[in-house]
Design a protein around this ligand. Structure first.
Ligand code: NAP
Length: 372
């Protein structure tokens, strides 16, 4: 194949990827998917999976072509589905509209699709090319892929720290460590994930809102780990619980009166078992959240909860914002508390570490590797 043709195909898949991202925050627990239909070198339609329960990208694109798509090429970021779920199978409409060639980005890890979508298309005489911009297409749906294969939420641990590794001053003040540009990125992340989690220590210290304050933002479900229901009735979280979903993950031994009062305010209290330290058992909590279709969580601290999440190997990704400032103080908290490991050789390493700048801050992302 000549490089010009290859470059054109990649360009079309990039268009499909850009379209897919327009579904961000609204497709969970489904993946984000984009699709472009091309005939005689011209784009005759594009579509994306806009929201959960809505049509898939392929159907949205094929229903709005500017001309008959028979004989056209279809570019789609994820393998077309071949089953009836919340909507009819995409393979049906691709075959029905007589598409000539299908370019697929990533194969679907969902076992009810995986490979079958492509096979059905090939059996119908359609030429299928897989693996076009494969890495980008998989990265787009890292949350979905983890949720589908591990049956647990994808947890992204995010924190802001100073250049001396503190997440608050010795008095507990943490507003604000990072720049406006970093805060904007944090709100974009809040849109990306279905849930946002923090420990009761952070609620008591900061009284946060944990909502998504950007244009066309989507508020995540607020998840508070609070073994003994210490959350104050006057906290912003409780006061706004009738507008923004707020779930408190509590232990088994809680005050029923407080539980009832919280529930009357719109807070949902989920009962979990305890871990060896007498806190909410995060493994069990995560399984419960996955069953409730929480596919991804932005974990926003503090250090005590963060330590347990890393120790339980539940963190899939990190976003570390590092601000160019020093606060000092032996008693000022660091991002991950607990006992820590004894030797440097036992440190949890990150793979695929990458760095971006937001205003004066650096943001490091990476994927923890456990047991190495
Ligand atoms: N810079 C940043 O990015 C950032 C982000 C967040 C917080 N902070 C700062 O961090 C400080 C708060 O941190 P923190 O460590 O005191 O509090 P935290 O981690 O927010 O909350 C800890 C509490 O959560 C509860 N919890 C429930 N389940 C748990 C589990 N499985 N593992 C651990 N804890 C569990 C425990 O209380 P119960 O046993 O009573 O449930 C525990 O004491 C504040 O100063 C805040 O400003 C900074």
């Amino acid at each position: 194949m000549d490089t010009q043709e290859e470059a054109f195909q990649e360009k079309m898949m990039r268009r499909a990827l850009a379209l897919a991202k327009r579904g961000e925050g609204r497709t969970s627990p489904n993946p984000m998917v984009g699709c472009v239909v091309v005939k005689d070198g011209r784009i005759i339609s594009g579509g994306f999976h806009e929201h959960i329960g809505g049509f898939h990208a392929e159907r949205n694109a094929l229903l709005h072509c500017t001309e008959d798509p028979a004989g056209a090429d279809l570019y789609v970021t994820l393998e077309p589905c071949c089953h009836t779920g919340r909507t009819p199978p995409c393979t049906d409409i691709i075959i029905e509209k007589q598409i000539a060639r299908v370019f697929v980005g990533a194969m679907d890890v969902n076992p009810i699709v995986s490979g079958k979508g492509v096979r059905l298309l090939r059996e119908a005489g359609i030429e299928v090319k897989t693996g076009l911009l494969e890495a980008e297409c998989h990265a787009l749906n890292e949350v979905f892929e983890h949720y589908m294969t591990a049956h647990l939420p994808f947890v992204d641990a995010k924190y802001a720290m100073t250049a001396d590794g503190k997440i608050a001053t010795a008095t507990g003040d943490a507003k604000w460590i990072s720049s406006d540009a970093s805060l904007k990125e944090v709100h974009r992340l809040r849109k990306h994930y279905k849930g946002i989690m923090c420990g009761i220590g952070t609620v008591l210290q900061d009284d946060p809102m944990l909502n998504c304050r950007i244009e066309s933002g989507v508020d995540p479900i607020r998840l508070i780990c609070d073994t003994h229901l210490r959350i104050p009735m006057h906290s912003k979280l409780v006061q706004t619980a009738s507008d923004i979903p707020t779930w408190v993950l509590a232990g088994p031994d809680i005050d029923p009166q407080k539980q009832q009062t919280l529930e009357e305010q719109g807070v949902e209290v989920l009962s979990c078992g305890l871990n060896a330290d007498g806190h909410v058992d995060l493994n069990q909590a995560m399984k419960m959240l996955a069953e409730r279709e929480v596919d991804g969580i932005l974990l926003e601290g503090g250090g005590t909860l963060m330590a347990d999440a890393f120790a339980a190997h539940l963190v899939s990704k990190v976003h570390v914002f590092i601000a160019p400032k020093i606060v000092g103080g032996e008693n000022a908290k660091s991002p991950v508390g607990g006992q820590g490991v004894k030797k440097m050789s036992q440190a949890i390493q990150f793979e695929r570490a990458a760095y971006r700048q937001y205003g004066p801050d650096i943001c490091m992302t990476g994927y923890p590797v456990y047991g190495k």
